[in-house]
Ligand binder design. Structure first.
Ligand SMILES: NC(=O)c1ccc[n+]([C@@H]2O[C@H](COP(=O)([O-])OP(=O)(O)OC[C@H]3O[C@@H](n4cnc5c(N)ncnc54)[C@H](O)[C@@H]3O)[C@@H](O)[C@H]2O)c1
Ligand SMILES: [Zn+2]
Length: 359
């Protein structure tokens, strides 16, 4: 797949990665950013390929997890880059999940006005979403992705064997974004997903190129997220509000889990406001409930969501804006939705989890 300025490779991707680096950066120094988990599980897998590719500094190691996506870590990496004398002609390989590609991409793009980056995503979320699209950044003062900008990698090399060591819960969480891609733009994959039920690495490997192509399709048309790219926020208005409420609690709710609940909310609103058939809302709710443990929605009250919804940066002024489906595989964006309906949609997802599905 050629995304215009860079390619996303799926087949034989590790061998092609080495060829790509050797061809495009013959005299450059190569550096790897990884976290402790990807260092342990993924580096050994690509070691045999990397043997044919001289790497200057094997790894800048990060502690796994969202806390590493910080200015502190960015500062450390800028210091490391400087101490090592990395120059603008060198190349950085981000080998990890979305944390590694967001942070590594941010640091590399600012250092000397930009060192080239290649993404080797190792989590499902990074493969289908974070490693493509050019958004890089860090969290700041408890605000997610508060500092950052758009900077494309030079290539993305996807090797789904990495998924075998990804914890199940992370794997399933990443699958939420693939369900999102199918629901907004790919009815035939959606139908296959319903038949599949719980995802496997094999199934995901089959449908991943189509899923990434959907992200590209929208990113390419609207690289700076001013219009049509917003359809990629399907399920995210309610999803982010739910995530915010669990942020400082003892219960961990992963991004994809919150988005899964958010997609049920958005499907319900789509039925009321955009003509999505009831049978589709039922199918969406059933699959998401089968794949995800959504018990956490029963621990909240609908009115708890009012405050985080009001602060959603995607809304225009005080009005809530949703991405809605007119049918499975077709989305419209920037749709005004009343707070009352948004909260009602949360009661709907609660009824789904309680086994009632009350319209
Ligand atoms: N830039 C974008 O467009 C974009 C899009 C979506 C999400 N994101 C960002 O991505 C981040 C989340 O990404 P993520 O879910 O990949 O998180 P992550 O990078 O923290 O990875 C999740 C966990 O899985 C581990 N891991 C990754 N690959 C593994 C493997 N193959 N085997 C074993 N363990 C492995 C990691 O060490 C980590 O503990 C968030 O910060 C989010 O904001 C960015
Ligand atoms: Zn998301």
């Amino acid at each position: 797949m050629d995304a215009g300025s860079y390619q996303v490779v799926f087949e034989d991707s590790m061998a092609k990665l080495v060829r790509f680096v050797n061809a495009n950066y013959p005299h450059s120094k190569r550096y790897i950013i990884a976290d402790n988990n990807t260092l342990e599980h993924c580096l050994p897998i690509i070691d045999k390929y990397l043997g044919e590719m001289k790497v200057e500094q094997r790894v800048f190691k990060l502690e796994p997890g969202e806390d590493s996506k910080s200015m502190d870590l960015a500062y450390q990496l800028w210091e490391n880059f400087t101490d090592l004398g990395i120059s603008r002609g060198d190349v950085i390989l981000n080998i990890g999940g979305g944390v590694v590609s967001d942070l590594g991409g941010f640091v590399a793009a600012t250092y000397k006005r930009g060192v080239d980056v290649i993404n080797v995503p190792t989590s499902l979320l990074a493969m289908t979403d974070a490693s493509v699209g050019g958004k890089v950044g860090v969290n700041f003062n408890q605000l997610k992705n508060h500092l950052g900008y758009f900077s494309d990698p030079k290539g993305v090399f996807i090797h789904t064997d990495f998924l075998n060591t990804l914890p199940d819960r992370e794997f399933v969480s990443g699958y939420a974004e693939m369900i999102k891609h199918a629901l907004i733009s790919d009815k035939s994959t959606w139908v296959r997903m319903i038949e599949q039920g719980a995802p496997s690495v094999g199934f995901v490997t089959e449908i991943l190129p189509a899923s990434v192509a959907i992200k590209y399709h929208f990113v390419k048309q609207d690289p700076f997220d001013k219009g049509i790219r917003k359809v990629l926020n399907f399920g995210h208005t309610m999803g982010h509000a739910i995530e915010t409420l669990f942020m400082d609690s003892d219960t961990e709710v992963l991004h994809g889990e919150a988005v899964a609940a958010g997609m049920i909310c958005a499907a319900y609103v789509s039925h009321i406001e955009a003509g999505l058939a009831k049978v589709d809302v039922v199918a969406i709710s059933n699959l998401l409930q089968e794949v995800f443990d959504l018990e956490f929605v029963t621990w909240l009250m609908a009115e708890n969501l009012e405050l985080p919804l009001k602060h959603d940066k995607k809304n225009a002024g005080t009005e809530l804006r949703f991405v809605l489906l007119t049918e499975s595989g077709k989305a419209i964006y920037d749709q005004p939705v009343s707070m009352e309906l948004a909260l009602r949609s949360f009661e709907f997802v609660q009824s789904v989890v309680n086994g009632e599905m009350e319209f």
